[in-house]
Design a protein around this ligand. Structure first.
Ligand code: AMP
Ligand code: ZN
Length: 465
């Protein structure tokens, strides 16, 4: 297995600390609003990573946190508290907000066939762990109390900039230009481990601590939950690229200070999903959610297929045209699979050669589009019997999770497909002849049979409704 490691900035062979076991930590959502489909892209890539490793034979212990406290509207220690902001917006308590959006997120995960991590922990449930860690960092001189807050002293960290590749001068410029200065800090990039000097008088989630009533910083929750559930060393830590700095940089600083040794060997970051106007973000107000896609007639797995078509390290621009193409391709794929004869002898040579190709595609830094190509090659291989093809599709779908063998509703008979394709051709000619009345008539006729035509720049596709 080869993986791109943000820490070393190269693709490396993956070797876990303990043979056969992978300890994987994935940062979870901040539950003050619905997840947007950009967030969900990151969870889909992490899911493929987990399932692919399991397919290779590893036992994956995956942990995810739910951020229900400590994340401010800026990823640095400034701005409003995200949870309080959500509560104010909806006239609910922070606990109600956290509960509602946690459920909504888990539901999105289920609908996208994302396997639930073996352990999911709420940040607010582990305050004692953070306090214990902070106390040790204070004792060992990595942290200091100033003006009521506890800060991590980044000058004491072991190579603070190793993950982000940033340098102190960059940060100084960033601090001067964009972040409100905090005169309590020794170094401008020091970050808060524990807030008592709350800017938010109405902060609801507060706990007693040796430094006064307050709440933990955002970064300590991931170090704390990881230490509690996975021990002092982890193999893979994932998130979106926006997590590299400051969140993961600060997680490394704290965890290595606390444990006194290197903490995580492989850091994997997914590139962003953007919309045409730029990065998708929950704080922008209107944003794309899975429910919105469903309202528009797409299934969550159409979106999963759309994501698998591109590499997780390439940023991806969302458009409905591309989602239409994904939907149509997935439908056709399921249709082809549904026609395969399931019973019969398995050709073991063919089986193992394609399994190897699929595993190689995955092992090549999670090359999902190559994994899909191997699947299509299986279906195209005329020298392979159908039972072997079906078995391979079933196996590969264990990683791709596109319900290739268990969705009947979207299946189109060969006869209907021929008819639809010939009608699409007829409609194209009508449009070419500027006979729009006939073109609309054909569209409506198909619609009355439950077939919706989708026009895009790439041509016309269809979906069953
Ligand atoms: P949040 O709920 O903001 O803490 O983010 C949850 C996850 O989504 C984190 O791993 C982020 O790095 C990731 N993320 C945020 N924005 C995007 C985006 N536009 N595309 C892909 N992943 C994102
Ligand atoms: Zn985290």
């Amino acid at each position: 297995m080869n993986l791109y490691n943000t820490l070393t900035k190269k693709v490396e062979e993956f070797i876990p600390n303990e043979s056969g076991i992978v300890k994987m930590y994935t940062c979870g959502p901040t539950v003050y609003n619905y997840a947007h489909i950009g967030n969900l892209r990151t969870y889909i890539f992490e899911d493929v990573l987990q399932k692919g490793l399991e397919y290779l034979g590893y036992d994956v212990k995956r942990v995810m946190n739910i951020t229900d406290v400590g994340h401010l509207t800026s990823d640095a220690d400034t701005g409003e508290d995200k949870m309080s902001k959500g509560a104010k917006r909806e006239g609910k308590t922070v606990y109600e907000i956290a509960d509602f959006y946690t459920r909504a997120f888990l539901n999105d995960m289920d609908e996208l066939n994302i396997k639930r991590p073996s352990t999911i922990e709420k940040a607010s449930d582990h305050i004692d762990t953070y306090i214990k860690m902070i106390e040790k960092m204070l004792d060992d001189g990595y942290a200091y109390v100033s003006n009521g807050n506890v800060y991590f002293d980044i000058s004491k960290a072991w190579d603070y900039y190793k993950l982000s590749g940033k340098n102190p001068e960059d940060l100084m410029i960033g601090v001067r230009d964009t972040v409100e200065e905090d005169s309590s800090k020794k170094n401008p990039a020091d970050f808060v481990l524990w807030f008592t000097l709350s800017k938010f008088e109405n902060q609801v989630m507060k706990w007693d601590s040796p430094w006064g009533v307050g709440y933990p910083g955002w970064h300590i929750e991931c170090s704390g939950i990881a230490s509690l559930t996975l021990g002092d060393k982890i193999d893979i830590h994932c998130g979106g690229v926006d997590n590299i700095f400051p969140h993961h940089t600060n997680e490394i600083a704290q965890s290595e200070a606390y444990f006194g040794h290197k903490w995580c060997n492989y850091w994997c970051h997914g590139a962003h999903l953007n919309d045409k106007s730029g990065k998708m973000s929950k704080s922008k107000g209107e944003f794309l959610t899975l429910s919105l896609l469903k309202d528009k007639g797409y299934s969550p797995l159409d979106y999963r297929y759309f994501c698998l078509g591109s590499h997780y390290r390439n940023s991806l621009v969302f458009s409905y045209d591309s989602l239409d193409i994904a939907k149509n391709s997935l439908n056709k794929l399921r249709n082809r699979v549904s026609k395969l004869e399931k019973d019969g002898d398995i050709d073991n040579d063919k089986l193992s050669s394609y399994v190897e190709k699929f595993k190689n595609a995955f092992s090549n830094d999670i090359n999902t589009s190559m994994m899909l190509t191997v699947l299509y090659d299986v279906l195209k291989d005329e020298a392979m019997n159908e039972a072997t093809k079906y078995k391979l599709v079933e196996e590969f779908d264990g990683v791709l999770s596109l319900n290739l063998t268990n969705v009947e509703a979207t299946v189109v008979s060969e006869e209907l497909e021929r008819e639809i394709l010939s009608k699409i051709e007829e409609r194209k000619e009508a449009k070419r002849d500027k006979n729009f009345e006939l073109a609309d008539q054909i569209r409506d006729e198909l619609l009355s049979k439950g077939v919706r035509l989708i026009d895009s720049r790439e041509g016309t596709s269809y979906e069953l409704i």
